[in-house]
Design a protein around this ligand. Structure first.
Ligand code: DLZ
Length: 161
């Protein structure tokens, strides 16, 4: 998935149904909080731009990306139309990176397969901090923006399907 020089976060508001009646849950990991707070801001601002009421955006914090699965599962039970899971995992010297990335991606996939409320994967899995900066409001855009667009689209797909 080569993204060199590409800002992936543009969207055409005209093509996205309004979020005015939606309630969206956002679960945010505290690890690498400079990155996850920038992702959260991108998601929040985009939800507002798409018509979601600020009071209908529910934010919970969890310690790290590993805890996003449990946080997202409990958030699914809060009468929300979609959930966004936000994290940033950065490669270190050990295999911890692989275990956390596998657990959170498989866990969120399982929530999508087994339960009704869609969960959007907004977890950066980068080799370096710079790569994370580039994707949380830097030269490659902000994955939080893309996650918010995905959440609104999936919430509508859920209610129309
Ligand atoms: C322990 C750990 C490490 C080493 N790295 C990260 C990371 O880069 N990003 C992240 O979100 N969390 C990390 N964690 C914490 C784990 O996700 C988890 O919070 C702990 O293992 C406790 O279950």
């Amino acid at each position: 998935m080569a993204t060199d020089g590409i800002n992936l976060s543009g969207y055409d508001k005209k093509t996205i149904a309004s979020g005015a009646k939606l309630r969206i849950g956002i679960v945010v990991a505290e690890w690498n909080s400079d990155i996850t707070s920038a992702l959260y801001k991108g998601a929040f601002d985009t939800l507002i731009d798409l018509g979601v009421q600020p009071t209908n955006i529910i934010k919970w914090d969890v310690p790290g990306s590993f805890e996003l699965v449990y946080g997202a599962k409990k958030m699914q039970e809060q009468m929300v139309n979609a959930v966004i899971a936000i994290g940033s995992v950065i490669q270190g010297e050990t295999k911890h990176f692989d275990f956390v990335c596998n657990a959170v991606s498989q866990g969120i996939k399982d929530l999508n397969v087994n339960r009704e409320t869609p969960v959007i994967f907004c977890v950066l899995t980068d080799d370096t901090k710079q790569q994370a900066i580039d994707r949380s409001g830097g030269k490659h855009g902000n994955k939080g923006v893309e996650a918010a667009v995905a959440a609104v689209r999936m919430a509508h797909l859920r209610s129309n399907a």
